[in-house]
Design a protein. Structure first.
Length: 347
């Protein structure tokens, strides 16, 4: 089969590799579509501490079951089309036992611990069948659109923790695909005003079609001053940092309304993870700093509902659907900020 192999940071391409064996208790799926995310781009550029190269990544996957292995105990059968998210919970830790799966102490991920979906076929291990995050794609939903279920799940977890809702003024710093998902989700949760902030003209131009109430180009004006002005001098109720830039976390604290919630959604580079936030502002303005990561099955279930109901517009979010053979082209477009969401189809 054809697959994208990362040999080393910055060294990747399409290779012929054997079709994976169907694992005992697991499934072999034919990949129908696989989305490219910001985490994938970082792994392409710099590698990942959980990924031992050479390796196949790709964790936003739609696939069709081809075969199940000996001792299989899952609910799906050959021909079922599935939205396959990567997180596999341990099921044993205190968090899992209490149903707080997003905080699982020992979770593993497809496309990190096991090979991922930038390939024609993907093996799903028994652990993922029994304790993973897999959902059947409803009839009528395009498998390409179903790849958004995975990233949307993380956004739902974050906005749930931040209690985003009716009457909130919400600032989203980062107008890439995930920032745009946050924009649409905040709208669906009843936000009164949504402000999109970015430094990139291409991203700001694309986000216009999602009708944010205001757009702030932080390369041209001070985003803190602009947000305070746009909120009548008070600051925003909620700020979501949907990017990997340390300075935006500092800005988020400064632009928050008293009592505001700051959702630290984007992870920072390891060598820049201490950005120098003024904790006196946090203290005296009674701010809530909320870190979130991954999601629980309930968030994944809600994400599927939102996409099926079109409250999240998958067609608009996905700017490029390319064959896997054009992976390098799609990755380059994304790395240069010239694409929204890029999805690859091996067909």
């Amino acid at each position: 089969m054809k697959a994208v192999i990362i040999n080393a940071p910055g060294d990747y391409g399409i290779y012929d590799v054997p079709v994976p064996a169907c694992p005992e208790g697991g499934m072999l799926v034919k990949v129908l579509a696989a989305g490219l995310c910001g985490g994938d781009l970082r792994t392409l550029r710099m590698g990942h501490h959980r990924v031992k190269l050479p390796f196949i990544i790709g964790h936003e996957v739609s696939g069709e079951v081809v075969k199940t292995g000996p001792g299989y105990r899952g609910p799906w059968k050959s021909g079922n089309k599935l939205a396959i998210a990567p997180v596999v919970y341990c099921g044993k830790c205190e968090f899992c036992e209490n149903g707080i799966f997003e905080l699982c102490n020992d979770y593993k991920e497809l496309a990190q611990y096991w090979p991922g979906g930038f390939a024609e076929y993907m093996a799903i291990p028994e652990e993922a069948v029994l304790r993973g995050t897999i959902r059947e794609i409803p009839r009528g939903l395009d498998p390409v659109h179903a790849t958004l279920v995975e990233p949307l799940s993380s956004c739902i977890n974050a906005q749930e923790k931040g209690e985003v809702g009716s009457g909130d003024n919400v600032v989203i710093i980062g107008a890439g695909p995930v920032g745009t998902l946050h924009l649409e989700l905040a709208r669906s949760r009843g936000a009164e005003k949504v402000i999109a902030v970015d430094i990139d003209d291409n991203k700001l131009e694309r986000v216009k079609s999602f009708s944010p109430d205001h757009i702030v180009n932080s390369a041209e004006s001070d985003p803190v001053a602009e947000v305070i002005r746009l909120t009548g001098g008070y600051g925003a109720d909620v700020i979501i940092t949907a990017n990997p830039a340390p300075e935006t976390q500092i800005q988020a604290v400064r632009m928050a309304k008293k009592g505001g919630r700051i959702l630290l959604f984007g992870g920072l580079p390891k060598d820049k993870s201490c950005p120098g936030v003024d904790m006196n502002i946090v203290h005296y303005n009674a701010l809530h700093l909320i870190g979130t990561t991954v999601y629980a099955p309930k968030h994944n279930r809600e994400a599927m509902k939102l996409i099926v109901s079109r409250q999240i517009s998958a067609e608009k979010l996905i700017s490029h659907v390319l064959p896997l053979a054009e992976f390098e082209k799609g990755a380059t477009l994304a790395l240069e900020g010239k694409a929204g969401k890029v999805v690859f189809t091996p067909l």
